[in-house]
Structures are given as structure tokens and as C-alpha cells.
Write a protein that binds this ligand. Structure first.
Ligand code: ADP
Ligand code: ASP
Ligand code: MG
Length: 441
């Protein structure tokens, strides 16, 4: 079985939905298809939830009606028979009614998660109905019947494997199985999600659960580029990445992949291929166990980072100081990305700041604390094993005009990270691009 995932732009219009349908049925082999919401929809749903949080139900209702009209407009473009037009219109109208009903509830996180789940429910129903109209044997696998996260927000792999296998066995013989990306249930059985961009994660979790031959992630660009094309000129596609390299790039901000979506594929040893829906013949990027030796592959950047420096004269010779520092972050369930130490202090970075005040309060008991916000981690990824001497010098030299707050090297064989202010991000990325890849030294 192959698992294909199509992102928001790939299913962003009725025309694109038709293209995707053509693409997935072309070779006649059965597939599980994971779909995102149509592009822009999840943002609209976030906006609706935001209005409700601000107790502005009138604007929430107006936004829902706007969205409903947009979806109603898609129906005659997507379906040719009156029968399918009517049944899909009814289905979508019911979803919009549900959205209006949710607005009447007292707003809380549960309501918000329900609202956010609607985009994928709509797109999967629309494409399923289109395929059915085309005569393709299609089955809609409800993600909420098998996709689950545990108390730590991690996918419950045993549960997922057992339940998707059961569902597939109970419904054999279909050519295409469609399911929703992003959405899941949590430990209490309530609707939840795998965080923004989570459809990639859905695809690799399913791939690992059904032991797929390959997971293909179809998006709007020809594979992983060697730098962020939204900020840097002259980026080019990288044709092959090792699992670890791609995991680092995803985690450190390459938006093409959800931050943790490589992990299930890496554990199960299932290759992931990144493909371009707008240009299906383009080769894309293959992610597997191979390692291209002695090569720098790509650069990524993770925004909204907070750096915390704890300085203590007591750190000198004091065993247990670092353990005290880490236990404070652990207590507030805040994970650390970068760490650098010196004889008198330690600097760490975090991206989740919801418990920052409490953390700083505790840290102040053991040292002098300095907090820097609006920072950015720039991560250079490739085969950086120690025998390939010199890459760290080249990268650091490329950033000679950028003030560096932290440098981290040696934590893995694949990554050197720099912490810079977010205002310097674009210049830093371009300087690395010009030096590492474009030979404009
Ligand atoms: P989808 O909706 O298909 O999930 P995303 O918008 O999440 O698509 O991801 C694709 C986008 O990621 C590209 O259009 C590109 O702007 C952005 N991107 C950021 N960094 C990279 C990179 N290194 N290589 C390719 N695309 C990247
Ligand atoms: N629709 C969700 C989002 O926009 C999930 C995804 O597209 O991967 O974040
Ligand atoms: Mg995405």
C-alpha cells in the first residue's frame, strides 16, 4: 500500500481536486490518500475561534457565512450531476450548521479543536464524492476512528495500528481510501489535532502503521530546497536527504515538513518522497537511510525563539547546577532546543513560552537570569562528522557580519545551529546560501 498526502494548495480549488483525483488513480494501484483542508480554510477556522475567544459571536457568524458561500460556489464547479451537487451541498451545509452550533457553546479549548477539525472533514468529503461520481471505488476512512494521541500529545502508535488495520480489513476491495490529515482524538476521546501542518504527520503515522512501501508528500514545490525559498533567492531542490537530515530540517523550521513528521517513517524505515502537485513529473526529494558523505545539504530557520541565560558564580565547580536548571524546565514541561555552557553560566533556547514567567521565577533562585525574545535558530544540515573538517568554519565565516548569540555544534553529526536575532534572519540565510551553495563568496 502507498500513502499519498496532499496539502492545502494541492486541494485548494475544485480544479486542483480534479487534478489530484487524476493523479491518484493514474496507475490503478490502491492507495491511502491523506488530505489537508483547502488552503486558507484552517486559517479561517482559527479566525472564527479567535472571535469566539473574544466573545464576538457576530463576527464569528459572519466569517462562517463567508466560508459557507465560498464552499457553495465550489459545488457546481466540482460535480457534474445534480444528484452529487445536491448531496454534497447538504453535507457541507450540515457542517456549517455544526459550526454555528459550536458558536453557541461556551468557548473553550475543546470547542476550538472541534472548529479547527472542520476543514479536513469538508475537503475529504468533497474529493470522496468527486471520485465516486467518476466511478472510482472510494472509501472515506474517518481519521477520528483511528488517529489518537496520548497524554503527552504523542501519537498512540499501538492504538492507531490496531484500529486502522481493523477498518481496512472491514472495508476491503476499494481502490482509494481517503482520510483526513491533521485531526485526531486525544486521550479523553475528544477531537484534537496534530498541530498546524499536521497532515504530513498523519501521513507518516499511517505509513508506519500499515507498513507502506513509501509515503509521498505532495505539495506546491519541487521537493526540499536547500534554503527557505520564502526568504532566500537562488534556492534549489535537494534530491536526496537522510532521515536524520530531514528530521533536523523539519524540526528547525523547513515548513515543507511538519516538525516531527519524519520520526514515524524513520522508525519504520519507510522512505518519504516529496513531490510537486503542480509539476508531477519533477523528481522531488527522496528521504531514506542513505547518507551522501561530506555534503552540506540545506539550511532552515526556526522563528520565535526565546533565549535564557543563567549566570551563577556558584556554577564554578558546582556539580548538579545543570541538573537543577534542566529540572526547572522539565517541571514546566518546556523543552529546550539549544544549549551552550561556559564556566559561569548556561544559555538555553525554548520555543514554547507559556510557562516562561514561572521558569524565570525559579531560575532566579539559582542565578542571574537574562531573557532575549524574538530570536531565530538557523540550522545548517548535512554530513558534519568530525572527519569532514571545515564546514563549521565556512558556515561561521559566512555569518561574519551577523551578530551571533549562540552557536551549537557537535550535538549530532548533522547539524550546526546559530542563534540570531529575528531581524537578522533574512540576511543570515542569504549569506549562508551564497557561501555554501551559490559559490558567491
Ligand atoms: P502544504 O500546504 O502542501 O502542506 P506547506 O505550505 O506546508 O504546503 O509547505 C510547502 C511550502 O514550504 C513551500 O511552498 C515553501 O514556501 C515552504 N518552504 C519553506 N522552507 C522550504 C524548503 N527548505 N524547501 C521547500 N519548501 C520550503
Ligand atoms: N490544515 C492544517 C493546517 O493548515 C493541517 C495541514 O494542512 O497540514 O495547518
Ligand atoms: Mg504543510
Amino acid at each position: 500500500m502507498q500513502v499519498y498526502k496532499f496539502g492545502g494548495t494541492s486541494v485548494g480549488t475544485p480544479e486542483r481536486m480534479k487534478e489530484v483525483s487524476k493523479l491518484i488513480t493514474a496507475d490503478g494501484t490502491p492507495k491511502i490518500i491523506v488530505l489537508s483542508a483547502m488552503s486558507g480554510t484552517t486559517n479561517n477556522l482559527v479566525e472564527i475561534a479567535d472571535y469566539l475567544r473574544k466573545e464576538n459571536s457576530e463576527s464569528a457568524a459572519i466569517t462562517i457565512n463567508h466560508l459557507r458561500n465560498k464552499y457553495r460556489g465550489h459545488i457546481p464547479e466540482l460535480y457534474s450531476t445534480k444528484e452529487m451537487q445536491n448531496s454534497t451541498r447538504k453535507l457541507l451545509d450540515n457542517i456549517f450548521l455544526d459550526l454555528h452550533h459550536l458558536c453557541e457553546h461556551r468557548f473553550n479549548e475543546e470547542v476550538e479543536k472541534e472548529i479547527l477539525s472542520m476543514g479536513e472533514i469538508m475537503s475529504t468529503n468533497m474529493v470522496t464524492n468527486y471520485l465516486k461520481e467518476c466511478g472510482v471505488k472510494t472509501f472515506l476512512l474517518p481519521a477520528l476512528d483511528f488517529m489518537k494521541i496520548d497524554k503527552n500529545g504523542e501519537p498512540d502508535m499501538l492504538y492507531i495500528r490496531e484500529n486502522i488495520t481493523k477498518l481496512l480489513k472491514k472495508n476491503p476491495g476499494y481502490d482509494i481510501y481517503i482520510t483526513q490529515g491533521f485531526i485526531c482524538r486525544n486521550k479523553d476521546g475528544k477531537v484534537d489535532n496534530l498541530q498546524r501542518g499536521g497532515s504530513d504527520y498523519t501521513a507518516t503515522i499511517i505509513g508506519a502503521s500499515v507498513q507502506a512501501e513509501e509515503v509521498q508528500i505532495w505539495t506546491d514545490i519541487d521537493g526540499m530546497h536547500n534554503n527557505d525559498p520564502r526568504f532566500v533567492e537562488g534556492t534549489t531542490p535537494v534530491r536526496q536527504l537522510n532521515f536524520e537530515e530531514s528530521a533536523e530540517l523539519a524540526y528547525f523550521g523547513a515548513k515543507i515538513l511538519h516538525p516531527t513528521c519524519i520520526q514515524p517513517a524513520r522508525h519504520a524505515g519507510i522512505p518519504v518522497r516529496l513531490k510537486n502537485t503542480m509539476d508531477p513529473a519533477a523528481p522531488g526529494t527522496i528521504i531514506n537511510n542513505d547518507m551522501e558523505e561530506g555534503t552540506i545539504k540545506a539550511v532552515a530557520a526556526k522563528d520565535n525563539i526565546t533565549a535564557i541565560k543563567i549566570v551563577s558564580s556558584r556554577m564554578l565547580l558546582a556539580s548538579g547546577f545543570l541538573s537543577k536548571v534542566f529540572s526547572i524546565f522539565d517541571k514546566f514541561k518546556t523543552s529546550i532546543d539549544m544549549i551552550t555552557t561556559s564556566e559561569v553560566g548556561v544559555s538555553v533556547t525554548i520555543d514554547k513560552t507559556s510557562r516562561l514567567a514561572a521558569i524565570v521565577e525559579r531560575l532566579k533562585k539559582i542565578g542571574t537570569v537574562q531573557v532575549d525574545t524574538d530570536m531565530c535558530i538557523i540550522c545548517v544540515v548535512g554530513d558534519l562528522r568530525s572527519e569532514n573538517t571545515g564546514f563549521e568554519t565556512i558556515a561561521t565565516d559566512a555569518l561574519r557580519d551577523v551578530p551571533l548569540r549562540m552557536i551549537s555544534y557537535g550535538g549530532s553529526n548533522h547539524n550546526i545551529s546559530f542563534l540570531v536575532s529575528m531581524k537578522d534572519k533574512k540576511a543570515a540565510l542569504q549569506a549562508l546560501q551564497d557561501t555554501l551553495f551559490n559559490e558567491k563568496k
